[in-house]
Design a protein around this ligand. Structure first.
Ligand code: ADP
Length: 559
């Protein structure tokens, strides 16, 4: 009842959200109130109305029906049961109309209430319209039949219009209700879909939260203005190492460069770079003060919306302190062992030279010494490579160099020492190229590329060397038709100690340092070195060096 009252006072809820009982009462109430109005009118102006028994019985029945509406637990009965009320409503209406006679006219119009109720219920549409029509017809015809007066066509057609008006109202209400119900069904469907979406998005948020906080990598997501919109617990812990709390700006954190002491400028800090839309990987930072300093590898990726425009970035912070320490320890170990090997190796090579220079050696002794000498040279090259890899980028002394001559000489040298007769050489070097480079270091690069081209062409093929001036630089490439590499292998080809599984399985000699050293040398010159390769078809290594602008007549560096 509370709900009914609050609905009537318009302060709560939608009609369809009320209980069925409340809705039945509310729907019956307009009819009951109109009857009450007629009663008040009768008391005030037409007392003779109360002399009619039919009228009084009608009023009593109407009141009884309202009581039934209130008392019956409609929610527990079959849903359509409440339709009995509008159907029964026609009886008191008929009685009141008959009883009111000509004292109060138009009482029959009360039939509009049950007609509207039946049509608007949306249940059994045709039966409801028919019942409304027949009910209204009953209201006007039943008195004609039950009274003593003779039934005539005149008496039957006197109020004949009422049932048709009621039918028209019923049809109109039915059409409007059907359209409203269809609209409501659409809204409810959308509501359900929205609910499902909301639940799904809440589930995804929980999942994201769990994943983000369970990974051992610091994470921050930035919006397009560079403001953090999401961080995880790992990042909070890492920030604590640098003296930063949750809201400390990145430029106030104690972040250092590789030496662990020079403060990293604000513009080169990862979140700042990511906020500017930069994409980077494995960008190393030294985080916090010594002794507890950590090394972090940071990466940034751009987030885009459906239209492909940048919406922000995600930056990851990975603690690689132990890895960096292990790599440093490995480099130190390699450098120490190489140093220790160099001294006895120098003595061995010296004595070998002495021994091989002895005249009239026994042929077996001479060939034995030849094997020892070849292997000690290989060992020497390995030690030199290990030392230069451990020392980092080499020192260079660039000078204008006859690059064309240098390349041709290295090809000739490679041809001479070539142990693979299936490999042929082709020199497509442009004449007169002058590069600004350290000739001895570039010799090292060329020798490495040429020896690789031979080593990794076990079935032979052509090794083509091209050199030309391209975009104001000297470009040189070494192309082979050998084993080639897969795209994954290609990614690591310039890393220290990298060897493809094919090279290892075929026991091709090498330790995976030549290309790392070659890259260091070329980069020291301000140049670039790249590789293209197709597995089973061959590889192309290309490097570029600065051109030398020389004055006429000045001598060139030669090797
Ligand atoms: P090394 O040849 O001593 O192993 P490098 O640094 O020169 O070391 O080369 C690294 C690795 O790259 C080689 O082990 C080999 O697997 C691969 N590689 C280099 N050059 C070629 C090439 N021309 N064709 C195919 N694979 C190559």
């Amino acid at each position: 009842m509370d709900k009914v009252l609050s609905y009537l006072t318009l302060d709560r809820g939608q009609f369809h959200e009320l209980t069925l009982r409340a809705r039945v009462i509310l729907t019956q109430l307009p009819l009951s109130l109109t009857v009450l109005l007629i009663l008040v009118g009768g008391v005030l102006f037409h007392r003779d109305l109360f002399e009619s028994r039919s009228f009084l019985v009608g009023v009593g029945l109407q009141a009884l029906l309202l009581v039934v509406c209130v008392l019956v637990p409609w929610d527990r009965l079959p849903h359509a049961s409440f339709l009995v009320i509008p159907l029964l409503d026609f009886i008191p209406i008929g009685l009141m109309r008959y009883g009111a006679g000509t004292v109060i006219t138009g009482v029959g119009l009360l039939a509009v209430f049950p007609v509207i109720w039946l049509a608007a219920s949306g249940l059994f549409p045709r039966a409801a319209l028919t019942a409304g029509f027949l009910g209204s017809l009953g209201v006007v015809w039943v008195p004609v039949f039950v009274t003593d007066a003779e039934v005539s066509s005149q008496s039957l057609t006197q109020s004949f219009l009422l049932p048709f008006i009621m039918l028209a109202i019923g049809v109109t209400i039915r059409v409007m209700t059907a359209s409203m119900m269809a609209q409501q069904a659409v809204v409810e469907e959308k509501d359900r879909a929205l609910q499902v979406l909301l639940e799904e998005s809440a589930r995804r948020e929980r999942l994201l939260d769990t994943v983000v906080n369970s990974v051992d990598v610091g994470l921050v997501a930035l919006d397009d203005a560079g403001r953090p919109v999401l961080t995880n617990r790992k990042l909070e812990k890492l920030r604590a190492l640098t003296g930063g709390a949750g809201d400390t700006a990145e430029e106030d954190l104690r972040i250092y460069q590789q030496d662990g002491e020079t403060v990293m400028p604000a513009t080169r800090r990862p979140t700042r770079r990511a906020a500017e839309g930069q994409v980077f990987s494995d960008y190393l930072l030294w985080w916090g003060e010594r002794p507890g300093q950590r090394v972090l590898s940071t990466s940034s990726r751009v987030m885009t919306n459906q239209a492909g425009t940048r919406e922000g970035s995600v930056v990851t912070f990975n603690d690689v302190t132990e890895l960096v320490a292990a790599l440093n320890a490995k480099d130190e170990f390699v450098a120490t062992v190489s140093h220790e090997l160099r001294t006895p190796l120098t003595a061995i090579r010296g004595y070998l030279e002495l021994l091989t220079s002895i005249p009239d050696l026994e042929p077996e002794v001479a060939s034995g010494l030849e094997v020892v000498s070849r292997n000690s040279e290989r060992l020497h090259k390995l030690v030199v490579d290990l030392l230069s890899a451990a020392e980092g980028p080499p020192e260079i002394t660039p000078a204008p160099t006859d690059f064309s001559g240098l390349v041709s000489r290295r090809i000739a040298q490679a041809e001479e020492g070539n142990s693979n007769p299936l490999v042929r050489f082709e020199d497509l070097t442009d004449a007169g190229l002058v590069a600004l480079c350290d000739a001895s270091r570039i010799t090292q690069v060329l020798d490495n590329l040429l020896s690789n081209a031979i080593k990794y062409s076990p079935d032979g093929g052509r090794v083509t060397v091209r050199a030309a001036e391209v975009d104001g630089e000297v470009e040189c490439s070494v192309t082979d038709e050998g084993s080639g590499m897969s795209p994954e292998e290609l990614e690591g080809v310039f890393s220290k100690f990298f060897r493809t599984s094919g090279a290892r399985n075929a026991a091709i000699p090498g330790v995976g340092l030549g290309l790392a050293i070659a890259q260091g040398i070329v980069q020291r010159h301000g140049g670039t070195i790249t590789c293209r390769s197709v597995e089973g078809e061959g590889s192309v290594f290309t490097f570029r060096l600065p051109l030398a602008h020389i004055e006429q007549g000045r001598p060139l560096q030669a090797q």
